[in-house]
Design a protein around this ligand. Structure first.
Ligand SMILES: [Zn+2]
Length: 151
């Protein structure tokens, strides 16, 4: 596993613990070259979950995609990497708890928005604007109004 900061291939494990659901092990690692820390997860490879996209194509569920989408939406916002990871964890957990083997990308998008809404509204609106592909300023304003009236 390469260090995400410097690309060095060796690290030492500084902490190792099971996640709450006991389905995976989270390890904190320290790069032996640059000494920065990062996290890896080890988990049982289970039945792949397929995501049905808007165009009806199917692709494998990919946690990284959720995280990347969130990182984009949360840029320069007070949302930590930890919070982003835990949203992705929650979503993965919910899908596996529901024993789904196929899930609509919309369903995932709605779940992400649900979590994001409670964490940071600006990130939420950003995510929603990409995800719901607001066609014009009116749909966008509509979403903002809903957000305000939810309070
Ligand atoms: Zn490094």
């Amino acid at each position: 596993m390469k260090c995400p900061y410097c690309g060095y291939g060796e690290s030492k494990v500084v902490d190792s613990r099971s996640t709450e659901d006991n389905m995976s092990i989270r390890r904190r690692r320290e790069c032996l070259k640059c000494s920065r820390r990062y996290t890896t997860y080890e988990k049982i490879e289970n039945v792949p979950i397929l995501v049905i996209k808007k165009n009806m194509n199917r692709e494998y569920f990919d946690r990284t995609k959720i995280i990347n989408g969130l990182i984009k939406a949360c840029q320069k916002r007070p949302v930590s990497r930890q919070q982003i990871e835990s949203i992705a964890d929650e979503i993965e957990k919910r899908i596996s708890n529901e024993m789904l083997t196929e899930v609509n990308s919309e369903y995932i998008g709605e779940m992400i928005m649900e979590y994001l809404k409670n964490i940071d509204e600006v990130s939420y609106v950003r995510f929603a604007s990409v995800y719901r592909q607001f066609k014009d300023i009116n749909t966008f304003m509509e979403e903002i109004k809903n957000l305000i009236s939810d309070k």
